[in-house]
Write a protein of this length. Structure first.
Length: 699
């Protein structure tokens, strides 16, 4: 006979303890990844616990009519999750627009939109890596991927449960075991991003939790039988002469010993300061968490008041900690004391939210919760998509050609603007960057299956234009389309943030540029994509628009030995693959000096003070970062490998101030030509518009 804990109520305090351990593991991994490299396994524990809880809720509703069976399940789950989830997203978005660096806005508007509809586990690009995103901490909604997986599983589990309900005894366990096995095989054989993010690659972990529920429930019913037959057992024990019957207390002691052993081993695996191979350790933790759930006995560790309380606030803590961590990481990089303070603030804030808002809404009626959720969801949508809303309002005006044949200016600049206007506009351009509605071209058609490419219609009939590159390509789409639209019949576009079309970074690029270091491992794969893009679209003219990353890397053997230079050889190889499929001409944006982004906000302010000359302010903005190497490689590439079929677009000439004898980053009225993400601002695009007008007129 199975012997388990004699609980006074149905609540499992040890499960809250497991939740407490899981969230502490996740916190350790996020805040101190070197010390706790395996702490991410806490999320795997959450999936097992979630499977247990969902199975318990469905079991309680199994006798209800089918409609009520579904509605009761979803009402209970969404009532628990949505009010706090949407509130945290709203607060995070507001913080994004107010206290976070403007460089974070661009990426997080898209991420917030995905988090709002629980698709954060769908990567922006096929090569996006969760652990790289953690290292940069630019995405404030990275952690919502796990809730996206869980919510998506909610739409599957009722059907899994109903099928299992038709099976009895061992058949039910075989059914869930087969389901787990298939899902695990899919997990083990899929690419890393799919295995990590796909709900189908995580079903096995939820299923382990479901099987743990059935086993624990079976033990509970056996305990009831044990109690009802208590007197008969006592009589039977008296009859036995050799005392071979195990006393109930001895059985419980053995189970506690086993549970403590499993718990200690699990904790060692998650807390050991050595990174372990993910697949076997994930399987290990999943199974051991299921065992901890099945071994339903009192123990001093998991039922400690500390772990129980941490488990109680674990949901709030999980949602709240990452935006706070990201702010500390972005604002005070490398400061361990600040990160520790952020951790403490996260815990205190989670306690406050749990004691007030979370407890409050859980006591409200379903109608009240529905109203609250609608208000929060709508508020989030308005804040997140306000740029798109404004874009729809301005679309007609921005795409309408005036009587003199010109488009309205991107920057809204007029000659009578003051330095105060410059300060406001510089802030606006930094904040919205390429997400500025006035810079976004509408009408993207996804003509190519399984490709994240766009096609835009032109008004002409003469030729097709392809625009490709890093986010600089997206930065320039609208300008090139506007200037070439009257002659081109179609424009196709492809861009990957941080990746150049003709070379991929071969060494980590840091120096304060974490984005380059982060995207570099994936750029090599995108080189193939860019070649495929040109080969598929077969353009008459192509524009390669990208900042220098790889093309400015150090030489292998000095500037005079490019034929033995790794980067140059890759550039040469890529060009040979692309050029035959470009019918007429390729335009390449040449390298030019970057801007010290932190100084942009001071331009108009310094000019208002009048303490510094324009030349001195401009010098404080100068950030060459070895752009000369990029210019040298491009010059040799065009000269030796491309000839008249290629032409460099030179922004050094466009922005060179002969009086200052320097590259100029802003005009005499204090309006910046560049943004805090090193893109060209709306004002800068208007400054270079004549270049593209000349190019398009001469095609």
């Amino acid at each position: 006979m199975t012997i388990i804990r004699n609980q006074k109520n149905s609540k499992r305090d040890d499960l809250q303890g497991i939740r407490g351990l899981a969230i502490l593991s996740v916190l350790g991994f996020h805040f101190y990844p070197r010390q706790f490299p395996n702490g991410y396994l806490g999320v795997d524990q959450f999936f097992v616990l979630s499977g247990f809880l969902m199975c318990m809720l469905l079991t309680k509703s199994k006798k209800l009519p089918i409609f009520s069976f579904f509605t009761q399940f979803y009402i209970r789950r969404f009532k628990r999750i949505l009010p706090l989830y949407f509130l945290v997203i709203l607060c995070t978005v507001i913080a994004l627009y107010t206290v976070f660096p403007t460089a974070a806005i661009l990426q997080n508007q898209m991420s917030a939109g995905k988090a709002l509809i629980f698709t954060s586990n769908r990567a922006h690009t096929e090569d996006e890596d969760y652990f790289e995103k953690l290292a940069v901490a630019m995405d404030l909604f990275t952690h919502t991927w796990s809730l996206s997986v869980e919510i998506q599983f909610y739409f599957i589990i009722p059907f899994i449960f109903l099928i299992g309900l038709q099976l009895k005894g061992a058949s039910r366990y075989i059914y869930y075991a087969c389901l787990s096995g298939l899902s695990f095989i899919f997990h083990a054989t899929s690419p890393t991003s799919v295995a990590f993010n796909s709900v189908f690659a995580r079903i096995w972990q939820f299923s382990v939790g479901m099987m743990a529920y059935f086993m624990a429930d079976s033990q509970k019913r056996n305990t009831i039988l044990y109690k009802s037959l208590g007197n008969m057992e006592k009589e039977a024990e008296k009859v036995l002469e050799d005392g071979r019957v195990m006393k109930r207390e001895e059985g419980v002691g053995i189970i506690i010993l086993v549970k403590h052993t499993v718990l200690i081993i699990s904790m060692l695996v998650m807390l050991i300061p050595v990174e372990l191979t993910p697949l076997p350790v994930r399987l290990f933790i999943t199974i051991f968490t299921g065992i901890l759930i099945v071994l339903d006995v009192e123990d001093a560790v998991l039922t400690s008041q500390f772990l129980i309380y941490i488990g109680d606030i674990s949901y709030a803590l999980y949602l709240i900690h990452w935006p706070i961590y990201a702010y500390a990481k972005l604002t005070y990089p490398g400061n361990t004391w600040i990160l520790t303070s952020a951790l403490i603030i996260s815990i205190l804030l989670a306690m406050l939210v749990h004691q007030t808002y979370e407890r409050w809404y859980l006591r409200q009626s379903n109608n009240m919760i529905a109203t609250l959720v609608i208000i929060l969801f709508s508020s989030n949508a308005i804040f997140i998509y306000r740029d798109q809303i404004q874009e729809n309002v301005d679309r007609t005006m921005n795409n309408t050609v005036s009587s003199d044949g010109k488009y309205p200016r991107f920057d809204g600049w007029t000659p009578n603007m003051t330095l105060d206007d410059a300060q406001k506009m510089n802030y606006h351009w930094n904040r919205y960057d390429i997400n500025d509605p006035k810079l976004r071209e509408s009408g993207c058609v996804h003509k190519f299956p399984n490709k994240n490419w766009c096609e835009y219609p032109g008004n002409g009939t003469e030729y097709k234009i392809a625009i490709l590159g890093s986010s600089y390509a997206r930065n320039h789409y609208k300008l090139i389309i506007q200037e070439c639209r009257n002659r081109a019949k179609a424009f196709t576009t492809a861009d990957v943030m941080g990746c150049e079309p003709i070379a991929a970074p071969h060494i980590p690029v840091d120096n304060g540029r974490a984005f380059a270091k982060t995207w570099s491992p994936t750029c090599a794969n995108h080189l193939i994509m860019f070649v495929d893009f040109i080969n598929t679209t077969q353009p008459d003219y192509a524009f390669i628009m990208s900042r220098f990353f790889a093309v400015a890397e150090p030489y292998n053997n000095g500037p005079d030995n490019l034929n033995n230079d790794t980067v140059y050889l890759e550039m040469k190889s890529q060009l040979k693959k692309m050029l035959p499929n470009i019918k007429k001409k390729l335009f390449i944006l040449d390298s030019f000096p970057r801007i010290q982004t932190k100084e942009i906000a001071k331009i108009a302010e310094e000019m208002k003070k009048g303490n510094k000359k324009m030349e001195d302010i401009n010098k404080s903005l100068y950030d060459p970062f070895h752009y000369e190497r990029g210019r040298h490689r491009y010059a040799e590439l065009v000269k030796n490998e491309c000839g008249p079929k290629c032409e460099l677009i030179d922004y050094v000439d466009a922005f060179w101030n002969k009086t200052m004898n320097a590259f100029q980053y802003f005009d005499s009225n204090g309006f910046t030509y560049f943004t805090s993400i090193n893109h060209v601002s709306a004002h800068g695009l208007e400054h270079v518009r004549p270049i593209y007008n000349k190019i398009c007129s001469g095609l």
